[in-house]
Design a protein around this ligand. Structure first.
Ligand SMILES: Nc1ncnc2c1ncn2[C@@H]1O[C@H](COP(=O)(O)OP(=O)(O)OP(=O)(O)O)[C@@H](O)[C@H]1O
Ligand SMILES: [Mg+2]
Length: 388
């Protein structure tokens, strides 16, 4: 179980700055996922950690040992870092059998042939491929090849394993099964894991901690629940699947809940504040489609607003509604388990809606006036994002 400390990591490709000075701490035994859209620098970060790429500046310490220190000219290459790697493309040696592939890192580590054989058996057993020793890897399915790659990565008992979108080439059911296997191997062999994906669901189900990246920077770093429930910016909220992100102004604050008047409407939505917000502040309020309650009657109780159903999309277990409330398009997800079949909302229906304030977040706070002291400063204020 290797600890990793990264400080001020940058990587430049020609004129392109791919990493903007990352700081990252990974505890021994942690399963950390780098999550973000294409081109945000996930692979570059992973390759710098693994020793496949030379950072432009920064330091990386692994298990107490400096493996990168650009100022002192320290660079320890991948094969001297005791790491395992699993790639999207499997990267197996096609001319070797299954057992030869798994045995290869053991040969490099100079394990005796008896021990090697025993370890290969143990590893193939762990990934559910006992009996496949003699098969050519080209005669295996994609899922089986990736399990060989997992066995190979773990065979030499590295303290840390790097995964770069290892499940992306597999179908969704297999992706789920193999993902669970990756996590249980992590627990069983007590490694540290750094995992790259652009799939938020995969990140949430596998990780102890998720690091959301954007254009070479870390936007937020927290537990799956923190990121899922309490994104700190419109960027992270959007990436974590908040379907409604609306700009507005704070018109009331009480006990960690801010009331936000949505721009160009008379709607007021209340949400939980994660950074201090005061009257008149510009903010975004974000909430999930599933966290809007639907009421059959369109009364004018506080916190309740009226909307007209513009579109319905039947999903089997749920129905997505696009509603328009005071000119504003909102996305609502209704679980069908809560409804009788003859109760399904239809286009043109006028219904009441309310947002659960505990489930809505008020983010991207921009103070109305100049901050009076440091405590008023927010950690990160990103540009306001218009609803999609
Ligand atoms: N060898 C290279 N030469 C030049 N630019 C590169 C190189 N490798 C990566 N980049 C650039 O660095 C940025 C980050 O790339 P990176 O591969 O780390 O992204 P990523 O988050 O892994 O994306 P994806 O999800 O598509 O794999 C991109 O703008 C990319 O074009
Ligand atoms: Mg990549």
């Amino acid at each position: 179980m290797t600890e990793v400390l990264v400080s001020g990591l940058t990587k430049r490709y020609g004129s392109k700055l791919a990493l903007h000075g990352l700081d990252l701490q990974i505890a021994p035994g942690e399963f950390v996922t780098l999550l973000g859209p294409s081109g945000c620098g996930k692979t570059t970060t992973l390759r710098c950690l693994a020793g496949l790429e030379r950072p432009t500046t920064g330091t990386i310490t692994m298990g107490g040992r400096a493996v990168v220190d650009t100022e002192r000219g320290v660079f320890v290459p991948a094969d001297k870092r005791k790491v395992g790697m699993v790639f999207q493309s499997y990267a197996l040696w096609p001319h070797m059998s299954v057992s030869e592939n798994v045995a290869y890192p053991l040969k490099v580590a100079r394990l005796g042939s008896q021990d090697r054989q025993q370890r290969v058996h143990e590893m193939l057993d762990a990934v559910g491929l006992a009996g496949y020793e003699k098969r050519q890897v080209t005669a295996l399915s994609g899922g089986q090849q990736q399990r060989v790659a997992l066995a190979r990565a773990l065979a030499a008992r590295p303290g840390i394993i790097f995964y770069d979108e290892p499940l992306s080439n597999l179908d969704s059911k297999l992706r789920y099964q193999l993902g669970q296997q990756v996590r249980s191997l992590h627990d069983q062999f007590e490694t540290t894991s750094v995992y790259v994906t652009h799939d938020q669901e995969e990140a949430i189900t596998l990780s102890d901690r998720i690091v959301v990246m954007n254009e070479g920077e870390i936007m937020q770093d927290g537990s799956p629940a923190e990121l899922f429930d309490r994104p700190n910016s419109a960027y992270v909220a959007d990436f974590m699947g908040f379907q409604n992100i609306l700009p507005g102004e704070v018109v009331g604050v009480d006990n960690g809940i801010a009331d936000v008047k949505i721009d160009e409407t008379s709607l007021v939505v209340s949400g939980t504040t994660t950074t201090r917000a005061t009257l008149g502040d510009r903010v975004n309020v974000a909430f999930r489609a599933a966290h809007i309650r639907v009421h059959a009657d369109a009364t004018s109780d506080p916190g309740r607003f009226e909307g007209i159903v513009e579109r319905t999309t039947y999903l089997g277990n749920a129905t997505n509604l696009l509603i328009r409330a005071d000119g504003l398009p909102l996305r609502v997800r209704l679980e069908t388990s809560d409804l009788r079949i003859d109760e399904m909302p239809a286009v043109g229906d006028r219904l009441g809606f309310s947002v659960n304030p505990a489930r809505a977040v008020v983010i991207d706070v921009i103070q109305r006036e100049e901050p009076q002291s440091d405590e008023f400063l927010t950690t990160k204020t990103s540009a306001l994002v218009a609803p999609r």
